[in-house]
Design a protein around this ligand. Structure first.
Ligand code: DGL
Length: 265
């Protein structure tokens, strides 16, 4: 089916998921919406996040999308059930990769970095409950990292100080798995990896979401098997310079005959 896949996030974070989707689904067209004007979603109320998410879903449907990927843990936690109920379109949500971390831990301690909105959600609570007899899950809200990423600041003294402020307490709890439960955090992967060292695995949800999306496309028979010049459209409600910089870095425009275009609304 030659219709695009719609992907959205509160801002540029979901581009880390889009990158994985683009790699794993080489014939699909994509429309990405970064709601940077309204980021961060983390501290907002459930009602506000539902309202913003529904507005974006309406926009993506008006652009003829065949499936929606919510590339945002916070928006999934608040709005995925309502969106599934109110819109007649397949929806793939995203949640912190707690399951693989629990299955891989040897120390019995894992750390999760996410927003308050994600920790508040039922998905997170239900998944964590399943492992609570065997694994201690240490939670940490990483306030400030989303804001830093939205300003295009991914390294330097302040970013390093934020990372160490949030990661050191988790390390003191003997974690050997660190879950990046927000799609903005992979931008800080190098700093995070340097802080945790080689004995801690740092994992995010981009791979599992891309695999799940492929599965939904195939079982729903809406998977695309050829495309000579695929199109990736990136819309943003926020700062043009930051998203341009990130898109240029993540997507090689000449690669695979791929056309990447940026639009601001
Ligand atoms: N990228 C986000 C997530 O995965 C949203 C963070 C925010 O806007 O607070 O949760």
């Amino acid at each position: 089916m030659n219709r695009p896949i719609g992907v959205f996030d509160s801002g540029i974070g979901g581009l880390t998921v889009l990158k994985e989707l683009v790699t794993r689904l080489p014939f699909e067209d994509f429309i990405y919406y970064a709601d940077s004007k309204n980021a961060p979603y983390g501290p907002k109320s459930v009602a506000e996040i539902i309202e913003l998410s529904e507005k974006i879903v309406r926009f993506l449907i008006s652009e003829d999308c065949k499936l929606i990927v919510i590339a945002c843990n916070t928006a999934t936690a608040a709005a995925v059930n309502v969106i599934r109920k109110n819109f007649d379109i397949p929806v793939v949500g995203l949640e912190p990769a707690v399951k693989p971390a629990c299955l891989n831990t040897k120390t019995g301690n894992i750390g999760v970095l996410a927003t308050e909105g994600t920790f508040r959600g039922n998905h997170f609570k239900t998944t964590s409950e399943k492992y609570k007899d065997y694994v201690t899950i240490h939670l940490q809200v990483a306030k400030g990292l989303v804001e830093s990423a939205e300003l295009g600041i991914f390294d330097g003294y302040e970013a390093e100080a934020l990372v160490s402020q949030y990661v050191e307490p988790l390390l003191s709890n003997n974690i050997d798995q660190l879950v990046l439960g927000c799609t903005h955090y992979p931008y800080f992967y190098d700093i995070i990896k340097k802080t945790v060292g080689s004995s801690v695995d740092v994992i995010d949800s981009a791979g599992p979401v891309a695999r799940r999306t492929k599965d939904v496309l195939m079982t729903g028979r809406i998977f695309r098997t050829e495309n000579n010049c695929r199109k990736i459209s990136v819309y943003s409600s926020g700062d043009q310079n930051v998203i341009k910089k990130v898109v240029d870095k993540l997507f090689n425009l000449d690669e695979n005959n791929q056309l990447v275009e940026l639009k601001f609304i």
